[in-house]
Each structure stands twice: as structure tokens, then as C-alpha cells.
Design a protein around this ligand. Sequence first.
Ligand SMILES: O=c1[nH]cnc2c(O)c(F)c(-c3ccc(F)cc3)c(-c3ccc(F)cc3)c12
Ligand SMILES: [Mg+2]
Length: 214
Amino acid sequence: TRSTRPQRMLKAVQKNATKGNPESVISAIDYFCKHSEWAMNVGDEKGSILDSVVTEVNPSTVLELGTYCGYSTVRIARLLSPGTKFITLEFNPANVTVARQIIAHAGLQDKVTVVEGSSGDLIPQMKERFGITTFDFIFLDHWKDRYLPDIKLFEECGLLRKGSVLLADNVICPGAPEYLEYVRNSPRYESRYYPAHLEYTTLEDGMEKSVFLG
Ligand SMILES: O=c1[nH]cnc2c(O)c(F)c(-c3ccc(F)cc3)c(-c3ccc(F)cc3)c12
Ligand SMILES: [Mg+2]
């Protein structure tokens, strides 16, 4: 039967990227998406914004919502200090399988735990299953309609501390208006918008960085 786009992306990584070299994995995926098939990786422009925020925060605990094929997982993991606890959640089992292989090709499998399941189910399990107290950095890149309920879940579960940083992809395209309204109007967050473009296109998109004030 016909392969899937994530499977074709994995093949491109295995063919074109050097094992153990995260930069070559990132480049191979970006090349595949620019020249073969568009795919919903955060991409190089928004990826650079992600890199700068991760570097600035230098987190000890990281959560990514929406692994997809592992592109942003590799971008984040390659920047983390040794001993950092990094968890990424993905609800689609086929994506989990591809992501684990792409992360392994980059040699970063020991830096991150890929967990299959829905964010709504897994967020309340973070403390008991993974020994997390709070997250220093959270990347929201799963499904626009889950951004608001999940940030409220982080608050309810006591997973945020003063200074925790949340970065959300796709706040313009496809858009997360209720999430933006919440983080921009809540006295508990300091929010900033980073304009960019939808990955591999000229369409407008951007990322919202929100700092929890406690
Ligand atoms: O769902 C997503 N999660 C994470 N990141 C995403 C991302 O970075 C994207 F660029 C898109 C996107 C945006 C525009 C478009 F035309 C196609 C896909 C989606 C998305 C949006 C709506 C869907 F029905 C399916 C996928 C996502
Ligand atoms: Mg996205």
C-alpha cells in the first residue's frame, strides 16, 4: 500500500542526513518540504525563533505538545544541556513511530521521551509518571483547539512556576484566537508576538511567547 508523507520524510532523512548529526537532519527535512512535499514542521524561519527562545530560557524541564515527525523535537533537543528532562507528546501512533526513528537518526534518542497519547489525558499524569514538578519551557504545536484547554490544565495541575515560558506555533495560521485572547488579557501572563510565515510558504503566521507570572 502507498506510503505516508511522514514515512517518505523519514526515508529522505535516512538517505540524505548524516547519522548523529542533528543539523543535517533538520536540513534534510527542510529540503524535503521545500522541494518534494510540504509538511507541517515548524520549519526554518519559525524554527530559528524556537531556537532563540530555548537558548534564552536554557530550561531544565521541557514539554512539547505535538511531536509530528520530530523536526522541532530535534531542534529543541540539540540545544539542551545534559540532564535536561524533555518530554514530547503525540496522539498519532504512526507519527510516534516515524518521530522516534528521525530523533534516533539525529542521535538524540537519549535526550527526549516520546509519549503516545492525547495532551488532555497525559498532562495530568506528568508529575506521577515522569517525576515533573514544573516545566520551564513548553512548546505548543499540536492542535489549535487544544491550546486554551491545555494551558488551563497546566495551571490546574500546578505545572507552571513563576517564569515558565510557553511558546505557541500557528497562532495566525490556522490561528488560535481564544488562546491569544487569554494569554494577552490575563494578568498572570506577559505575552509577546513573533511575526513570521507559515512554514515553507509566504503566508503570514507567527508564534506567541507567554511568560507565567505566578
Ligand atoms: O494541526 C497542526 N498542528 C501543528 N502545527 C500545524 C502547522 O504548523 C500548520 F502549518 C498547519 C497547517 C496550516 C495551514 C494549512 F493550510 C495546513 C496545515 C497545521 C494544521 C492546521 C489545520 C489542519 F486541519 C491540519 C493541520 C498544524
Ligand atoms: Mg505548527
